[in-house]
Design a protein around this ligand. Structure first.
Ligand code: HDE
Length: 705
């Protein structure tokens, strides 16, 4: 969908933590050498030779063959031929932003890592969000897990928190990763379907491999289709071991909590967006940051006592298919992350950034979670192929902001000119230039001593055998609308499977989660519901539901206002002022492009009925003066927004357009007034702050039968 860049004048999100992007941030400084490769005014070859003509190849006469001696032709084409690198084997589709993390200092009691422990300490970060299964060019809004990878450029070296927007994983042992990914990726014969799990091989695997059940519940829930990157949580998933300055350890789980709340798309909207704006999430993030509506997440930790059995309230903390309910261990805030700068170059930064779960700093250690253990191997290994050799840490985006003095040498794409003759330790020849080991208190990878002993086995602890109780907890913690979405998602995905035995086997799995869930999905598929043995002693965890009862912030939300010649521009102006003051956006929609003028006022038409679709908006209004705009596309826009439980409204004669679209103006979430007054604007802000008008859903369901 064509998009204008948002107005630069939109003010920053009204929050004390929002920061102006620094003129020269440390990251920009780190990138300086790369940018320095472009200098001078004249077009040159890679060798610096000035070029007069880059439009014609050297030929034997204007109609003759090209000559092999045309070095410029060969250099230009050869470089182009090699512009692509292999896409990531998973998480290929992603978008990223720079930002700053500011520590509250509250983590000092549990970790000595200064970027967490020192109050007010600011650390530059680079964050890449991604889907897991789709190729680099796939759509943003597909149902999938979202990657949430954060690189902290700390003074002690890089720390990477390579997490997801769901707190659990499909598998307990990393050795199963190729299996789950092969099952989820497109079928190897036809390479379809792209970027989705609604196909036989995925459901074949997860129905046979029941430890995936809890994660499947998350993936089928609204969490699988986030409204935007700014409205999703992030999780470190694994349990980490934190160590404080007194050498005491505790076990912890990392959580990112978005200040904008946790909100999702509805399924039909996600599907429409995948076609009409495949870049929906990355556009949303880039536009918002460009406009100064920065994106924030609070980092929190759940802290559990370190113990020999590494369990908490009966939950095995080494099992990545389990969460610790927040009601049992509260998430304690330790700092704020603000994304405030878009990358300058997608390839140099977003594509070449290399995360690694083994990038740790003193004060943060890994545990024996067998999923984490396998990851420690994988992330460095994959970059050797993807980034073409062992020197990817020298790329500007991967370079630490801490001093580097290693004895790693040579290799493909070496850009450092190392001096000296003794890249080894111990030595007597390096003099002052050679590195020496850090003193004990400052050294990295000095793990807290723990006894490790056991027989060599290929086995899981018995506690890993419970595959269903937390899946049940997830389901019973959902509100009715979230349950309905889950049922719809399962029915959709299984309805896309060709093999009846896979549908039946999955129903057998769901029967062990919840009888009602199983019965409703079975009814949708036209199959009998099998009986199972769901856990009965499960307590709901209210923190798992994302439905809000009180209006939250509206930063980053988009309001579409339908207008036309003669529309009430003063009213639009009042709404714009109120929304932009809260970091939200107002886009004027009209039948054709241009500028609307009335007296001294003007409004740029940012979207036309040809270029827009309802998925772009969290709410749609029809302005006074636009009520007689008769266009089927407007009716579709309004009707879709109605069906997707979005706030709709109109003032003055704008109400006519709602009625012409067949919208029941007495339905919940239809905000009408005669003119834009302060009370009307407040009602709008509150309604958008509730994200959706869920009360309207029964009406829509009744209408569609
Ligand atoms: Fe990853 N994962 N993963 N993963 N992962 C990669 O690394 C892997 C897992 C996650 O934006 C790859 O550089 C294995 C869990 C994110 O660049 C690769 C296992 C979680 C990203 C890899 C896991 C993640 C990756 C592909 C099981 C959430 C995107 C390209 C043992 C806690 C990072 C790359 C980015 C990327 C392997 C499981 C998150 C192949 C073997 C669990 C967010 O190394």
């Amino acid at each position: 969908m064509a998009s204008k860049r948002p107005r630069k004048s939109v003010p920053a999100v009204a929050s004390p933590a929002a920061m102006e992007p620094a003129e020269t941030s440390p990251v920009a400084e780190a990138l300086a050498p790369a940018q320095g490769l472009q200098s001078g005014e004249a077009l040159t070859t890679a060798q610096g030779l000035r070029l007069r003509d880059t439009d014609h190849s050297l030929k034997a006469g204007p109609r003759g063959p090209s000559l092999l001696e045309d070095f410029h032709l060969r250099e230009k084409i050869t470089h182009f031929d090699h512009e692509r690198i292999p896409e990531r084997v998973v998480h290929a589709r992603g978008a990223a932003a720079h930002g700053l993390f500011r520590a509250y200092g509250s983590a000092a009691s549990v970790t000595k890592a200064p970027f967490l422990a020192e109050e007010g300490r600011e650390t530059p970060v680079f964050v890449r969000f991604s889907t897991v299964l789709g190729s680099r060019g796939s759509a943003d809004t597909v149902r999938d897990v979202r990657g949430f990878a954060v690189k902290f450029y700390t003074a002690e070296g890089n720390f990477d928190l390579v997490g997801n927007n769901m707190p659990v994983f499909f598998i307990q042992d990393g050795i199963k990763f190729p299996d789950i990914i092969h099952a989820g990726k497109p079928h190897p014969d036809r390479e379809i379907p792209q970027a989705q799990t609604a196909h036989d091989t995925f459901w074949d695997f997860v129905s046979l491999h029941t430890e995936a059940t809890h994660h499947v519940m998350w993936a089928m829930s609204d969490r699988g289709i986030p409204r935007s990157f700014r409205t999703m949580e992030g999780f470190g998933v694994h349990t980490f071991r934190l160590v404080n300055s007194a050498g005491e350890s505790s076990l912890a789980k990392f959580h990112w909590k978005p200040t904008a709340g946790v909100h999702s798309l509805v399924w039909e909207e996600a599907q429409l967006a995948a076609g009409t704006d495949p870049d929906f999430h990355r556009r949303d993030m880039a536009d918002a940051i460009d406009a100064g509506a920065f994106i924030e997440y609070e980092l929190g930790i759940q802290v559990m006592a370190d113990s020999d059995d590494e369990t908490f309230e009966g939950i095995d903390l080494l099992d990545p298919t389990k969460i610790v309910p927040e009601e049992l261990a509260p998430v304690q805030p330790v700092g704020m992350l603000t994304l405030n700068r878009n990358p300058d170059n997608f390839f140099a930064e977003t594509e070449q950034v290399a995360f690694h779960t083994g990038n740790l700093v003193p004060g943060i250690e890994v545990t024996n979670d067998p999923l984490m253990q396998a990851r420690l191997f994988s992330y460095l290994d994959t970059q050797l192929t993807r980034l073409g050799g062992p020197n990817f840490t020298q790329l500007p985006i991967n370079r630490p902001h801490a001093p580097v003095n290693d004895n790693l040498r040579d290799g493909m794409h070496q850009t450092a000119v190392h001096r000296g003759v003794a890249p080894y330790l111990p030595n007597s020849l390096a003099g002052d230039e050679g590195p020496v080991p850090a003193e004990e208190t400052r050294g990295g990878y000095v793990q807290i001593p723990r006894l490790v002993e056991g027989e060599k086995v290929r086995a899981n602890p018995v506690s890993f055998d419970d595959h269903f109780s937390q899946a049940t907890m997830f389901y019973v913690s959902m509100s009715p609308i979230e349950k309905a979405h889950l049922i719809e998602a399962f029915t959709f995905e299984l309805g896309k499977c060709y093999e009846k035995q896979i549908r039946e086997r999955t129903l057998g799995v769901l029967a062990n989660v919840d009888a009602d869930l199983c019965a409703q999905v079975a009814a949708g598929l036209g199959l009998p519901a099998p009986k199972g043995k769901p856990a009965t002693d499960v307590r709901p965890s209210p923190a798992l539901s994302q439905i809000v009862a009180v209006p939250g912030p509206i930063a980053g939300r988009v309001l579409g206002v339908v207008a036309g010649p003669g529309a009430d521009l003063a009213g639009i102006g009042k709404i714009r002022k109120a929304f932009e003051a809260r970091g939200a956006f107002v886009r004027v929609i009209a039948a054709a492009g241009g500028v609307l003028r009335k007296g001294a006022r003007s409004e740029i038409i940012e979207r036309t009925l040809l270029t827009t679709r309802s998925i772009e908006y969290d709410a749609v209004l029809v302005a006074d003066g636009a009520g007689s705009l008769a266009d089927l596309r407007l009716s579709v826009l309004l009707e879709e927004a109605f069906r997707h439980a979005k706030v709709l409204g109109a003032w003055g004669d704008g109400k006519q357009a709602l009625r012409a679209a067949g919208i029941d103006t007495k339905a919940p979430g239809i905000l009408l007034d005669d003119a834009v007054v302060a009370a009307y604007t407040k009602r709008l802000i509150d309604a958008v702050g509730l994200h959706r008008v869920w009360d309207r859903v029964p009406l829509v369901t009744a209408r569609s039968g």
